[in-house]
Design a protein around this ligand. Structure first.
Ligand SMILES: *[C@@H]1O[C@H](CO)[C@@H](O)[C@H](O)[C@H]1NC(C)=O
Ligand SMILES: *[C@@H]1O[C@H](CO)[C@@H](O)[C@H](O)[C@H]1NC(C)=O
Ligand SMILES: *[C@@H]1O[C@H](CO)[C@@H](O)[C@H](O)[C@H]1NC(C)=O
Ligand SMILES: *[C@@H]1O[C@H](CO)[C@@H](O)[C@H](O)[C@H]1NC(C)=O
Ligand SMILES: *[C@@H]1O[C@H](CO)[C@@H](O)[C@H](O)[C@H]1NC(C)=O
Ligand SMILES: *[C@@H]1O[C@H](CO)[C@@H](O)[C@H](O)[C@H]1NC(C)=O
Ligand SMILES: *[C@@H]1O[C@H](CO)[C@@H](O)[C@H](O)[C@H]1NC(C)=O
Ligand SMILES: *[C@@H]1O[C@H](CO)[C@@H](O)[C@H](O)[C@H]1NC(C)=O
Length: 658
């Protein structure tokens, strides 16, 4: 018998009292996915508003009795929240002030009744008052959300501040203390893989009716959002490596005749070859040479899809936050570029492509000075538009056509599941990062439990372990079985900016996500940031729960060096320096596949083949997918994926990474 999918379980429960028609069951499932996205969007909107110091508007995203908890302090109601948010800042952005408040890597659970949700996030807040004062903060958030009327609002934002400091010395442990217990998880390992928690569906979900015309439109909007978000995130990865051919490809024909690339305060480029000229002007020539860093970290991407036009073309917008780490260590240069982006997309002949890009840098700062006294660039002139979710429109679709053939219903159901998979995949990859942050002997259980029983995972600098049991045993071989009561330092494992390719049946996906590792310890100057890349495969298991099937970790591609000098001050490894070699674990608990067996795929990575390559030397960057617009096959591709993962066959063995 085919295992029940989560949707089927949800539907079985939803039909407890009345026989659900196919229309109401698809409509209910869509409502659940739309709710999860609305929760992510209200959080992203909160982040976006910080950049214009719109504190009252941020507070208005809370319910009337909403509370913001910051360590042991609590603020209830809009006036109190507004005043807390603006303690360091004026409520009107000064010409030189900065407030970029990021909430990244969501792990969301919607209650079965569809009226509440919980979300775990990683947070960063970078502030400058324009008069030399700065504040950097980071931590973990456990938020609660509630459907208030038709709108999702924040009921509780619980911040666990874990590191902070002034720009001059960077962040260090919050209040100079050791870390105690893990900030409580709102979910179990199984629940991490269930964005919609099982249980009796409440009235809100059950009463969701609608028409087939509405369902068609809603399915289309969700599918479009997935594609546009992937395009936006893929863009960022191409920028990192200055892969200008791939970036141009993302504009489709637009780069030849109409793509627009604008950097507010710097210039705007269009026409034949215009986009490429702009990219080169703002970021330099194609490719990276030793010493160059061009990291564009993208957070809180929100997408709004418009109504299809008469000729079938559809427009969409994205908005999000960018923190760029720019420099050339060979020239001792390092710069921050912090701001937002606001881009437009068009779907032509069924393929989404970029139409125009606007980057607005709010703070461009020489690393050695920071952003305390403002930006090196003249003031930005663009007023950012907030995006209204595309999902607010579908409810207004008139119920004029409520017929659909059986085959169309099957097709709509398949496409609905593919969008539900997007959020399932995002949950389970982020669950991994949250468990690894505080990994210890006790934490090994939860970390391994989110893997499929036959799944496999790379242990960095070592190799791959196959089966959930072996993933657990490899972890306890490293960390023992005891929990660690306190820690003096933590390297966090953010996995932002996912590109999620979903299988045609919505039961598996391939995911590229960043490894962004802010590290903190006690004492001034200890802050660091490192970057790598995850290539994951995720699957629905037989119980309808999302699990990790495969984790490949490429680390590290870059690191920020000592806080005092930043990435401009990182020296290359001496030519005669010896290779750091694999971890002892390789001998203590031999993996099923040792990195050295993977040949070219692991060349230059620690524990892999060849000479160890550490930034500022440039390590080969691996891509597992084709260019989403042109289909260009990446030069460095071990395999090209489309989200289809075969579970149970020999073909899924640990050798997949090679
Ligand atoms: C919060 O904790 C700090 C540091 O331990 C302490 O100084 C402060 O009094 C506490 N505030 C409240 C409201 O408990
Ligand atoms: C900011 O400007 C003030 C006043 O000109 C100056 O004293 C201070 O050193 C500057 N701070 C930084 C970080 O550049
Ligand atoms: C593992 O997960 C369980 C269930 O969520 C939780 O109670 C426990 O604290 C977690 N253990 C660790 C070490 O994180
Ligand atoms: C940043 O400032 C330092 C110290 O004033 C200077 O040496 C360096 O050239 C500056 N770098 C850039 C990229 O402007
Ligand atoms: C980008 O495209 C959208 C949709 O056509 C348009 O509304 C907007 O004005 C364009 N922006 C720029 C900067 O060209
Ligand atoms: C930015 O705008 C403010 C007024 O809003 C002005 O006082 C300031 O001089 C401007 N700065 C630059 C560099 O143009
Ligand atoms: C309703 O929509 C379906 C699918 O698009 C179409 O085949 C059918 O003709 C429409 N019926 C009416 C009455 O418009
Ligand atoms: C590498 O070469 C440098 C300079 O020739 C020398 O001082 C150093 O001892 C060498 N290091 C190793 C590990 O051989």
């Amino acid at each position: 018998m085919r295992p029940l999918s989560l949707l089927q379980i949800a539907l079985a429960l939803a039909t407890g009292t009345s026989a659900a028609t196919p229309l109401s069951s698809i409509s209910q499932a869509l409502t659940q996915t739309e709710s999860i996205r609305a929760v992510k969007d209200v959080t992203s909107t909160f982040a976006h508003l910080s950049q214009s110091h719109s504190y009252p508007a941020m507070a208005s995203l809370f319910t009337t009795t909403g509370t913001l908890h910051w360590a042991n302090l609590s603020y209830t109601g809009a006036p109190a929240i507004t005043s807390f948010l603006s303690t360091f800042q004026s409520t009107t952005p000064g010409p030189n002030s900065l407030d970029t408040f990021i909430l990244a890597t969501p792990l969301i659970n919607l209650s079965p009744d569809g009226v509440t949700a919980k979300g775990r996030y990683n947070g960063w807040r970078f502030q400058g008052d324009g008069k030399g004062g700065t504040l950097l903060q980071g931590g973990i958030f456990e938020n609660e959300y509630r459907l208030a009327g038709k709108e999702w609002k924040i009921e509780r934002m619980r911040a666990y501040p874990l590191y902070e400091g002034e720009y001059k010395d960077g962040w260090s442990n919050f209040r100079g203390q050791n870390f105690g217990a893990v900030p409580a998880f709102h979910y179990t390992p199984d629940e991490a893989g269930m964005p919609v928690l099982p249980g009796p569906a409440g009235k809100v979900v059950e009463e969701e009716g609608g028409s087939w015309e509405g369902v068609r439109r809603r399915v289309q909007v969700l599918n479009d959002e997935d594609e546009v978000k992937n395009l936006q995130h893929a863009w960022g990865y191409y920028l990192d490596r200055r892969m200008w051919d791939d970036v141009e490809d993302l504009f489709g024909d637009g780069s030849k005749w109409g793509g627009v690339f604008t950097v507010d305060g710097v210039g705007s480029w269009t026409g034949v070859g215009g986009v490429r000229k702009g990219l080169e002007k703002w970021m330099g020539p194609k490719g990276l040479s030793r010493g160059v860093l061009n990291e564009h970290l993208i957070f809180n991407t929100m997408v709004s899809v418009g109504e299809p036009g008469p000729n079938g073309e559809t427009l969409a917008d994205s908005r999000g936050i960018e923190i760029a780490l720019i420099g050339d260590s060979a020239k001792n240069k390092a710069e921050w570029r912090i701001g937002y982006f606001q881009n437009s997309f068009i779907k032509r002949d069924g393929t989404w492509q970029f139409l125009n890009v606007t980057i607005a840098p709010l703070a461009v700062a020489n690393y050695s000075k920071g952003w305390g006294n403002g930006s090196l660039l003249p003031n930005t002139t663009t007023t950012p538009r907030l995006l209204s979710p595309s999902r607010s429109a579908p409810t207004t679709v008139a119920s004029t056509n409520s017929t659909a053939t059986d085959s169309e219903i099957t097709e709509l159901q398949r496409r609905q599941k593919r969008s539900a998979a997007y959020d399932g995949a995002e949950n389970i990859i982020n669950a991994y990062g949250f468990y690894i942050d505080y990994i210890d002997g006790a934490g090994c259980f939860n970390m391994s439990a989110i893997h499929h029983t036959n799944g496999h995972k790379e242990s960095p600098f070592t190799g791959f372990y196959q089966t959930q049991k072996r993933v657990l045993d490899a972890c306890t071989a490293s960390y023992g079985t005891a929990s660690q009561a306190t820690r003096s330092s933590i390297s966090f494992h953010w996995r932002p900016q996912p590109v999620i390719l979903i299988s045609s049946d919505g039961r598996s996906a391939s995911v590229r996500a960043r490894l962004l590792q802010p590290a903190t310890a006690k004492g001034a100057g200890s802050a660091q940031i490192r970057g790598g890349m995850y290539h994951d495969q995720v699957v629905l298991d037989s119980a309808g729960i999302w699990r990790l099937w495969s984790i490949t970790i490429d680390e590290f591609y870059w690191n920020s060096g000592r806080w005092s000098t930043g990435w401009g001050g990182v020296e290359p490894r001496a030519p005669n320096a010896s290779n750091p070699g694999p971890r002892d674990l390789t001998r203590q608990f031999p993996p099923d596949l040792i990195l050295t067996e993977m040949g070219e795929r692991e060349r230059g990575f620690q524990g892999g083949t060849g000479r160890f390559t550490a930034w500022p030397d440039i390590q080969k960057m691996w891509f597992m997918y084709r260019n989403p617009v042109s289909g260009r096959v990446p030069e460095t591709s071990a395999r090209v994926e489309d989200g289809e993962v075969r579970v149970g066959g020999a073909a899924n063995g640990a050798g997949e990474g090679g």
